[in-house]
Design a protein around this ligand. Structure first.
Ligand SMILES: [Zn+2]
Length: 183
């Protein structure tokens, strides 16, 4: 690429000399044209190098993306992990109370979804009783649920939890308990 530019510049110089010797302005104009062409090639080459350098460079500085992260974390706090929302039959219920506290996060699977009668669902929508959820888990529980163990819980109204897509835990049956207390 730079070789072409060199040739163009030399040609322009030669034509300029020719123009001076022959006193013909035509050669001077051709010389200027060649110089401009050489300049354009140089700019194009520079742009291409810069793009290649940008592509191979390290990703943008973390300072640009850092401010967005806290907001995102806050938003995900109360949204259940969508991957765990599937068919409750996929997660068999283990025998209750056999998990030791130290391996609960790996060995204690998500409880099944509590079955809730249609009539109870209507009642629950208006209830503001507090249940608790655990970050990145799809079930909501009563505070006394044995599955919670030492997990960090987030208190939330049962109506709001349901709106956000959380499902009731089959172990502590928050729906049945809250509806029974309400009646
Ligand atoms: Zn529970």
């Amino acid at each position: 690429m730079l070789y072409i530019v060199l040739v163009l510049v030399l040609a322009a110089l030669g034509l300029l000399v020719t123009a001076l010797i022959t006193a013909s302005s035509l050669w001077a104009w051709v010389s200027i044209g060649l110089s401009v062409l050489a300049g354009l090639i140089l700019v194009a080459d520079w742009l291409r190098r810069r793009r290649r350098a940008a592509a191979s460079a390290v990703p943008p500085a973390p300072a640009v993306t850092a401010p967005e992260e806290p907001a995102e974390e806050e938003q995900t706090t109360l949204i259940p992990a969508s991957g765990d929302l599937g068919d409750p039959a996929d997660t068999p219920e283990p025998p209750a109370g056999d998990a030791s506290p130290e391996d609960e996060t790996t060995a204690d699977p998500e409880p099944e979804v509590e079955e809730t009668p249609e009539a109870d669902v209507a009642v629950l929508a208006d209830l503001e009783d507090e249940v608790v959820v655990v970050d990145e888990h799809p079930r909501y529980h009563l505070r006394t649920c044995p599955w919670l163990g030492t997990r960090d819980t987030i208190p939330i109204g049962v109506g709001e939890a349901r709106q956000l897509g959380f499902t009731p835990c089959a172990r502590c049956t928050p729906n049945a308990t809250l509806v029974a207390a309400h009646r």
